[in-house]
Design a protein around this ligand. Structure first.
Ligand SMILES: C[S@@+](CC[C@H](N)C(=O)[O-])C[C@H]1O[C@@H](n2cnc3c(N)ncnc32)[C@H](O)[C@@H]1O
Length: 290
């Protein structure tokens, strides 16, 4: 499908968010090209509208002071993908309610938690007060980070921002810019191979429905065809090229396995699918030098 062409259908294969859909007037699904401005506008509106429901559903998964990388329940406390964080200034990109940044603070790090959504950041502030672990919060989009060059020792993102931006290479470049030499940037996204399957945790989510090579974004749209939710696909190779083009070094791609006995269903992530193929890719990179 070419840019500008729009195929709107009434079906809604992605999981929940029903009240956000009603608030935003979501009328169907579309597949078409979508640039940075429309993607960011849609993401901000979506996460503002969905913040309460998202946290009501997932607070038990992500915790208040905990760093969970993915629905496979991989924790930074076990994986240590960021290395030693004590004393380090850490940027969290797409922090949501910021449980990861609060966990980092308890480990002696100096986190700054950034998100596009004011509603998510309000939850972050309230959770900071409730837990007694407040962290600095910044409202901004990941494609234009409001920080000086080389002002962070580490950067991280657990499903924040990267799957939702039209220009992920720009995010890599921005993170590389604000990192100090030798600083790590570790980010988790939907595993690219998930794109070929419908977003369904059950047996219907086991049958290939579209091409891995089709980068046409997934959109939900209102009656006028304006995006109310956006997801962008990149292949593994695309992600590697974005990282390398930003001058970063790729150290590892972690594909967390579904743990034995972990029965939690989280949107399209389920034990059924998790036992068969990966749901998350965590890219471990660093800025050279130092
Ligand atoms: C799935 S949540 C993940 C957040 C957190 N790790 C959690 O588990 O709750 C995605 C977050 O990314 C944020 N986000 C989406 N697009 C963004 C962008 N372009 N810039 C910054 N944040 C963005 C959303 O507002 C949302 O809080």
């Amino acid at each position: 499908m070419s840019d500008g062409e729009q195929d709107v259908s009434a079906a809604t294969p992605r999981a929940p968010g029903a009240s956000a859909e009603a608030l935003l007037g979501t009328a169907g699904i579309a597949r078409r090209g979508v640039g940075s401005a429309e993607s960011q506008r849609a993401s901000r509106a979506w996460w503002d509208a969905d913040a309460d429901d998202y946290l009501a559903e997932h607070r038990a998964d992500i915790g208040d002071v905990d760093f969970v990388w993915s629905p496979e329940a991989l924790r930074e406390a076990d994986a240590r993908l960021l290395g030693d964080v004590a004393g380090r200034r850490v940027l969290e990109v797409g922090c949501g309610s910021a449980p990861c940044s609060r966990w980092l603070a308890t480990q002696g790090a100096r986190p700054v938690a950034l998100d596009l959504s004011g509603a998510m950041l309000r939850h972050a502030r309230a959770a900071g007060e409730a837990t007694g672990v407040p962290v600095p919060l910044v409202q901004a989009g990941a494609e234009r980070l409001p920080f000086a060059d080389a002002s962070f020792d580490l950067a991280c993102s657990a499903y924040g921002a990267v799957p939702f931006v039209a220009d992920p290479r720009r995010v890599m470049q921005e993170v590389a810019r604000v990192l100090r030499p030798a600083g790590r940037w570790v980010f988790a996204v939907n595993h690219p191979m998930r794109w070929v399957f419908p977003d369904d945790p059950g047996p219907d989510g086991l049958t290939v429905g579209q091409s891995y090579f089709d980068r046409t974004p997934y959109l939900e749209v209102d009656d006028a065809g304006a995006a109310t939710y956006v997801e962008h696909h990149r292949t593994i190779g695309d992600r590697v090229r974005d990282i390398v083009a930003a001058g970063l070094v790729l150290d590892d791609i972690v594909e967390p396995e579904w743990p034995e006995g972990h029965e939690r269903v989280w949107g399209q992530w389920s034990p059924l699918r998790g036992r068969l193929f990966p749901g998350t890719a965590i890219f471990v990179t660093h800025r050279p030098g130092g």
